[in-house]
Design a protein around this ligand. Structure first.
Ligand code: PMP
Length: 415
């Protein structure tokens, strides 16, 4: 929040903004859609849809290759999107922004490229117990290949990291710490500033999975000082198939390419290939041009709406949802950390989360049920999964009321 932000400026005109999202006018089973599955993917506003259409109807062309007019237009729009993203997260350099397919692809890039060069036999990679599978499996693969060990920061019963255990696990054997900023299953916001400061004191780099942070709170990579940050376009009002890896210049320059092919080379002979400079070294082949440009439009949309206002509006909504859900008999929260964002997970009595999700769907309420790609976390809580309601600034208190009514009806049927 800047000094000039007033509470009035932080309160969004949600009804007006909802009109920007055509899908929010949809009816499901004849009733207005209540969309509480925003952590899986957010809906897309008109400027994002228009950016996609304009690219394909007006200047569809490949980037970085042609000298012709359309190719120059496409290249300029693609690079303008990179500039927008760099500005949004306050990167020191545009070339620290790598276009990828999404968070999963970004983490795999770091695991393989950083791992190939900097992880060896007997080394350790430190993750947390609340990681998404995409911040577990790539590290398992590289650890197995290199003879390294994956270590896990445990959590307490509220779903917060045990920081005293982190202190003990953080030794010189650790070559990288990879943790989520915000848990997709629990909504926990992790103390990433503390994690980064402590890791850096031992010269250990930190990767943040920001898939569930980037759309909910301001993120300043220079202030945070994280070495790598991964996020997905489709969870921040952009299209699927596009995402970002932010990496500090010094690391990206020190790492070998991830994939080989066109665009990532400077010069190719059969004897030896030299690689292109950043960011192209990590962008082999024709990228998702329309996706990148539309992600730029999504960033513009977030900036115009105001990320501080989005955060404020969502925090109010989540507080309201939390209060209303607390009053539902036999409902228990899974994850109850002091700092949270985005999502609330819960179970009701002995009702299987899948059954509750199915009934809510019949009341036109979309929630996610299951393990949320965090199976080890569900095992810690000793549950098959949860019901997760995840929020965007475009959700309303009236929709939360619908959710409560739906849960009450489901309770009467299922309990
Ligand atoms: N990390 C977290 C915390 C997530 O919530 C998700 C998506 N559910 C991912 C990683 C993977 O993102 P994607 O499928 O877009 O690559």
């Amino acid at each position: 929040m800047t000094k000039t932000d007033t509470i009035a400026e932080l309160n969004l005109d949600v009804e007006r903004l909802r009109k920007d999202f055509p899908i929010l006018q949809t009816k499901v089973y004849g009733k207005p859609l209540v969309y509480f599955d925003n952590a899986a993917t957010t809906q897309k506003p008109l400027p994002v849809l228009q950016a996609l259409e304009q690219y394909y109807t007006i200047y569809n062309s490949n980037v970085h290759r042609g000298v012709h007019y359309l190719s120059q237009q496409a290249t300029e729009a693609y690079e303008a999107a990179r500039r927008k993203i760099a500005g949004f997260i306050h990167a020191a350099h545009e070339h620290e922004i790598i276009f990828t397919k999404g968070t999963t692809n970004s983490i795999n890039l770091v695991a393989y490229s950083f791992g190939r060069k900097f992880i060896g036999k007997g080394d350790e990679v430190l993750i947390s117990a609340m990681e998404h599978h995409s911040n577990i499996v790539p590290w398992q693969l590289i650890c197995e290949e290199k003879g390294a060990t994956l270590k896990v920061i445990p959590i307490n019963e509220k779903g917060a990291l045990k920081m005293d255990e982190f202190d003990k696990l953080l030794t010189e054997k650790v070559k990288i710490v990879a943790v989520t900023y915000v848990s997709n299953s629990l909504g926990t916001v992790n103390p990433v500033e503390e994690i980064i400061a402590k890791a850096h004191a031992l010269d250990i780099p930190v990767l943040l999975d920001a898939a569930q942070a980037i759309q909910h709170m301001p993120l300043n990579v220079q202030e945070l000082d994280a070495d790598f940050i991964a996020f997905s376009g489709h969870k921040m009002y952009g299209p699927t198939g596009i995402g970002i890896l932010y990496g500090k210049e010094k690391w990206l320059n020190a790492m070998p390419p991830f994939e080989g092919g066109g665009d990532m080379i400077k010069n190719v002979t059969f004897a030896k290939t030299t690689y292109n400079e950043l960011p192209f070294k990590f962008e082999a082949g024709t990228p998702d041009i329309s996706g990148a440009i539309a992600l730029g439009a999504a960033v513009d949309y977030i900036q115009q709406t105001g990320i501080h206002a989005i955060q404020h509006t969502e925090e109010e909504l989540i507080a309201y949802a939390y209060e209303r859900l607390s009053a539902v008999p036999s409902l228990r929260f899974i994850g109850d950390a002091a700092r949270r964002a985005g999502a609330i997970s819960f179970l009701v009595g002995n009702i299987h989360p899948f059954d509750l999700g199915e009934l809510l769907d019949k009341y036109s309420i979309a929630v996610r049920t299951g393990h949320h790609c965090t199976q080890p976390l569900m095992e810690i809580f000793n549950i098959p999964g949860t019901v997760r309601a995840s929020f965007s600034f475009y959700n309303t208190k009236a929709e939360v009321d619908e959710l409560i009514k739906g849960i009450e009806k489901a309770r009467r049927i299922l309990e």
